[in-house]
Ligand binder design. Structure first.
Ligand code: F6P
Length: 360
């Protein structure tokens, strides 16, 4: 191998630049060149292509810390169903494969999530270009990895928010509802609830009853504490199972709104002053905390080693404080929800946090 490509694909998060840095530094040690493809598959589609050599000197220390991705990213860039500017959907896979050949890319590293791995796997197999995936997503729902890049920083942001909501909740005797991201997974919510001292944590994986939410809030008040903190994950539905999320014009789902629904319901049924904070994309744009820099660096180095040793068609994973790899086929199409017997669920329940109708 003389030249590898790297792209970031899907939603951004903290630690992407740290991963790119590790890849460039380690590839350089192998004597390889690295081409950074801009805006995911979009950079391969456009002519002239948007891709540039990445040099070790660029990574002078600042980029390790910087949020976002120097390469840019797109959320919807399926080469086989590519959305054209006029709204039509066209197979552009041949054009993108030709693009990679023109760039002289002999192997590709995609820093992405499950959706990106699926489309890049298909593209690279068609083009005969070895692929290695590096998992990133604040949602932490990529199968087979304990931590995806960006997750721990998102949790940190959510905990900081709870730390700031607690004094104002106490000052005003209020219920503060914090709505966090995570798509269909409640990892951010359950970690934040435990670390941030919440009273209630609702996640999509565990059903809940509003009566028990009300009972918990009433019990807190009866104990002499006049405020409560509630964490709710964005994909949680109403207690009747109705989705609050709305469809997006491109066919995706726009999550959010359950926090307001919950705060309104608490106020109207219990008569307790309630406010909602929707954390949103601040969970993605923070500077990576140390553990994310460590995970991103380790996975970036391992991805290069996987190419060097011919172990491609794989996803580099972080497991039990070490790296490993899984075949792409094992990762793609699966997710990693919060299991009802997850240690965080048991810990939360043990702390007296209402986490829904668990057996714990
Ligand atoms: O998957 C990461 C994520 O931040 C989810 O937690 C969230 O639901 C979604 O992306 C938001 O997507 P967008 O940036 O398209 O609004």
């Amino acid at each position: 191998v003389k030249r590898i490509g790297v792209m970031t694909s899907g939603g951004d998060c903290a630690g992407l630049n740290a991963a790119i840095r590790a890849i460039v530094l380690h590839a350089d040690a192998h004597g390889w060149e690295v081409v950074g493809i801009e805006d995911g598959t979009l950079g391969l589609y456009e002519r002239p292509m948007r891709a540039r050599r990445l040099h070790p000197e660029e990574f002078d220390g600042i980029l390790l810390r910087r949020a976002g991705t120097i390469l840019g990213t797109v959320s919807h860039g399926d080469p086989f169903a590519f959305r054209m500017p006029d709204g039509s959907v066209v197979d552009q896979s041949d054009r993108m494969i030709e693009g990679m050949r023109t760039l002289g890319i002999e192997a590709l590293i995609c820093i992405g999530g499950d959706g990106s791995f699926r489309i890049l796997d298909r593209l690279c197999r068609k083009g005969g270009i070895p692929l290695v995936g590096v998992p990133k997503t604040i949602d932490n729902d990529v199968y087979g990895t304990d931590a995806a890049i960006g997750f721990n920083t998102a949790v940190e942001v959510a905990v900081e928010a709870l730390d700031r909501l607690q004094p104002t909740a106490q000052s005003h005797d209020r219920v503060m509802v914090l709505e966090v991201m995570g798509r269909d997974a409640g990892h951010i919510a359950i970690h934040a609830a435990v670390a941030g001292g919440a009273d209630i944590c609702l996640i999509p994986e565990i059903p809940y009853s509003f009566d028990n939410v009300a009972a918990k809030l009433t019990a807190v008040r009866a104990s002499g504490r006049s405020f409560s903190l509630v964490v709710v994950a964005e994909a949680v539905r109403t207690d009747k199972g109705e989705p609050v999320a709305r469809p997006k014009p491109d066919g995706g789902i726009r999550y959010g709104g359950i926090g307001q629904w919950l705060a309104d319901r608490i106020e109207s049924e219990l008569g307790i002053d309630s406010r909602v904070t929707v954390l949103g994309h601040v969970q993605r744009g923070a500077e990576p905390i140390a553990v994310d820099r460590v995970v991103a660096s380790a996975l970036g180095i391992h991805a290069v080693d996987l190419i060097a040793s011919g172990r491609t068609g794989t996803v580099a994973v972080w497991s039990r404080r070490s790296v490993g790899e899984l075949p792409l086929a094992e990762v793609v199409g699966r997710s990693r929800p919060v299991e009802p017997d997850d240690i965080l669920v048991r810990t939360a329940a043990g702390l007296g946090i209402y986490v829904g109708e668990t057996a714990a």
